[in-house]
Design a protein around this ligand. Structure first.
Ligand code: BJW
Length: 239
């Protein structure tokens, strides 16, 4: 029933925002942060403890090792049917914006050409001294933390950790798209982390229909949203 309603709403949509979280990559074998699809724990510490600004200050080497572990795991993961469906939607609507909280690069790999990555990308490093950004395609690194080729400073993963600001330009672009959306599809997120979780709220305030796909919907779209309790890889191809 809710799938049919979602199909109807999407068939009339002109401006669509898709907002994704870790659950969209769960069926590719990527652990989520807070349950559902297997939660990331490494050396007895959970992801929230490791992925924090505090940890970069206290133990940059440990943070690198944690991200090397994740890159190694990700190198063996492929986009799933949900990533592929989202990539195909780019050309389906007059206006389409993909906003992701994920740092795994799988939307890109699936063919999405303009994903707004609110929390960065773990396949990129950033210099703590000169802010140069470098692609990280080599794993494992011989030297940890790797040195910046421009200034010799320490590199850190180019991701947004707890207690850090989101890239202002990306967040602004996402908010602007949300302010124009008539449909917002929220896929595989607990919607607990702010300010990213404001994106579906901005859509809802604007009067957009929120469609949520999650085995355990967060309810972020409120009582008027369409909730589809199911896995992204099963549901998105149907939409
Ligand atoms: C499936 C599925 C399947 C499973 N199909 N679905 C307001 C109130 C209180 C606190 C704050 C606030 N505003 C800001 C804060 C602080 C903090 C925050 O939000 N805390 C909350 C947890 C309370 N926010 C920040 O610190 C942010 N920065 C900030 O606010 O800056 C301003 C500032 C600066 C200085 C001082 C003070 C303020 C930054 C947040 C950055 C988050 N970074 C991370 C780590 C990235 C790097 C890494 O990968 O290690 O981003 S945290 C982690 O959570 C990651 C994710 O992108 C993010 C969201 O998680 P997501 O994607 O929702 O995953 P899960 O695991 O939570 O959920 C998975 C879902 O999938 C579940 O619902 C499953 O059911 C579902 N699922 N299988 C479909 N097959």
């Amino acid at each position: 029933m809710s799938i049919k309603r979602a199909q109807e709403v999407l068939s009339l949509a002109r401006s669509v925002v898709v907002f994704t979280g870790a659950g969209v990559s769960a069926e590719s074998g990527v652990p989520t942060f807070r349950g559902g699809g297997g939660t990331a724990v490494w050396r007895g510490m959970d992801a929230m403890q490791l992925s924090s600004a505090r940890m970069v200050g206290e133990d940059l080497k440990l943070v690198w090792e944690w991200f090397e572990y994740r890159r190694d795991l990700l190198a063996r993961c492929e986009p799933n049917l949900a990533h592929l469906a989202i990539a195909a939607w780019e050309s389906r609507f007059p206006e389409f914006t993909l906003v992701t909280q994920n740092v795994d690069g799988l939307h890109d790999k699936a063919g999405s050409s303009a994903a707004i990555e609110l929390h960065g990308n773990l396949w990129r490093g950033r210099c703590l001294e000169c802010s140069s950004r470098v692609p990280l395609d080599m794993t494992p690194h011989v030297e940890i933390p790797p040195a910046c080729r421009d200034c010799g400073g320490n590199l850190r993963p180019d991701v947004v950790l707890f207690g850090e600001y989101l890239p202002a330009e990306s967040f602004e672009k996402a908010r602007e798209s949300a302010g124009r959306a008539d449909v917002c599809l929220v896929v595989g997120t607990s919607a607990l982390v702010y300010p990213a979780a404001e994106i579906p709220l901005v859509c809802a305030q604007r009067g957009a229909t929120v469609i949520e796909v999650n085995p355990e919907p967060s309810g972020i779209g409120g009582s008027r949203s369409i909730m589809i309790a199911g896995r992204a890889g099963d549901v998105l191809p149907l939409l």
